[in-house]
Design a protein around this ligand. Structure first.
Ligand code: PGA
Length: 247
């Protein structure tokens, strides 16, 4: 299994930010892990042009479940693919919170992504109050059951475990807590898709930075990271890519 360093730029970045991509590619031309950046939709096409013939893949942060139609402001998977995207992040906690996305909606989008031949990165994670109440495994278990596409394989599905309270806060679970969740997720995936589960990348996300990446990547069943804030700067994301390549 090739590990995956994925960056989520969220609602950050304009054309000027593409200089960070040039710097990243110059510093890390051939990482041994996979390297993906998911910029705002407005930058996908230009970033994909920059990344052509390089080790960098480009993805999107959301999509609509339908192929086309009267859905003002939305973007279909075919459009993202046409722009150069190979992956789509789905069910990020900010989409679940800001837009009320349910597991069923996330699954419908994931089905559309997989049907179009792209990779779905399905995000799950507990809130702080759910963790305090001892509900973590129950919450993420039911999210994964409800959100992954029916035809999930090691090639078309990536799962990202992102505790909501760790996103953008500088706080992370302990390594033991990450290990518990990732091994639970591997088992849950086995129950859902059998042998294919062994090859599904399970990413950790939430305040990953150069200073904690090496420790997190040493945790069993952590197959990479989904990185928010630290993916905006080539130096930080590059250091995370290097840590994963060395893991
Ligand atoms: P963060 O975000 O790295 O800024 O905590 C992670 C994410 O939301 O994917």
């Amino acid at each position: 299994m090739k590990k995956l360093a994925a960056g989520n730029w969220k609602m950050n970045g304009t054309k000027a930010s593409l200089a960070e991509v040039e710097a990243l590619l110059a510093a890390h031309p051939g990482p041994t892990c996979e390297m993906l950046l998911c910029p705002p939709a407005t930058l996908i096409s230009q970033m994909a042009a920059l990344a052509a013939d390089s080790a960098l893949m480009v993805g999107a942060q959301d999509c609509h479940a339908k192929p086309q139609g009267a859905h003002t402001g939305d973007i279909s998977v075919a459009m993202l693919k046409d722009a150069g995207a190979s992956h789509v992040i789905l069910g990020h906690s900010e989409r679940r919170t800001d837009h009320g996305e349910t597991d069923a909606q996330v699954r419908a989008k994931a089905e559309a992504v997989v049907d179009a031949g792209l990779v779905a990165i399905v995000c799950i994670g507990e809130t702080e109050s759910e963790r305090d109440a001892g509900q973590t495994l129950a919450v993420i278990g039911s999210q994964i059951d409800g959100s992954i596409p029916m035809a999930a394989t090691a090639a078309n599905l990536v799962v990202a475990y992102e505790p909501v309270w760790a996103i953008g806060t500088g706080r992370t679970p302990t390594l033991a807590e990450i290990a518990e969740v990732h091994s639970f997720l591997r088992g849950r995936l086995r129950g859902l898709i059998g042998e294919e589960a062994e090859g599904v990348r399970i990413l950790y996300g939430g305040s990953v930075k150069p200073s904690n990446a090496t420790d997190i990547f040493a945790v069993p069943h952590v197959d990479g990271a989904l990185v928010g804030g630290a993916s905006l700067k080539a130096a930080d994301f590059g250091a995370i890519v290097a840590a994963l390549s060395a893991a």
